[in-house]
Design a protein around this ligand. Sequence first.
Ligand code: 3EB
Length: 328
Amino acid sequence: MTTSLLAPAPLQVRRMALAAWPQSLLATTLLGGLGYGDGPDAVRAPVLSAAPMVDAWSGVGTVREGRSGRVRWRHDGRWLWGALEIDEAAEGIGLQALVRQAYADIFAALQATGCRHLLRLWNYVPRINEAQDGLERYRHFNAGRQLAFLDAGQAAFEGAPAASCLGVQGGPLCVRFLAGTQAAVPVENPRQVPAYHYPSAYGPRSPTFSRAALVPLPPGRVALLVSGTASIAGHLSLHAGDVEAQTLETLLNLQTVIAAAEARCSARLALRDFDCVIYVRHAEHAATVQRLLQDRLGADAHAVRSAVMLQADVCRADLLVEIEAHGS
Ligand code: 3EB
């Protein structure tokens, strides 16, 4: 073993039992986490997999915490975790304006902490596929998000962070994010039009995200944060109504974006070793998706054994499944 392997990893994510979470919050290097199941910091989406889990992100230094507007943050001088929850009904403004303000608070947090580069965001939007004032709420969300990036002078197109955006039944608009003092390498999927270049048929302003964020870690290591990935080729949703075909298309997209990331670094990366979160629109599709994952990656694969499955609305109404992943 070389000494570099003994050095503390500068950014780490560990998937662990949600029950262990309150204790681990005491760890000084812990930045934050995303819980799957009932508990603190949990995503408000029903969990379909067996055990309640949490993805706990930690840095290296002593953590400081604070607030910027409605964003609560923790950072160690190198990495930043932020969380924001907004009760839409209490604000009395439309979703687009609300998202624009929420993201302005996120950019204020980056300024306040010196962690200026967004790496990865998780967005949970109540009733995402419902229409409001003649436009789907996801499209309002996209407009507010892109405007906020432009307001802040942040890369709204090439260089955008990785992201997920899922629909939940109710509760607040909820955003979690990871940022750092150095920019990630944005990675696109050659099978897909970059989301920030989707044609206007998908809404007046395009989604602001890259397919993955490749985070360089010293020496010669990387973390790859893969955005929510679905059954889209070019800019078209494929296999309407067919959850099996959508799942296989999604796995192909995941493997393609991971291969594109590998071509940008010297690390070897494989989906079977990644932590995955699977979102299904219909709970009754969970077993089918799980079986296909098992068939393609092997029942013993880390990605299969550690997969978390949630019920959520995918942001395009014709998509039944979305998978996100991170690994190194
Ligand atoms: C897609 O590829 C499917 O709006 O932040 C995936 C990941 C999707 C992130 C977002 C949307 C988002 O367009 C949906």
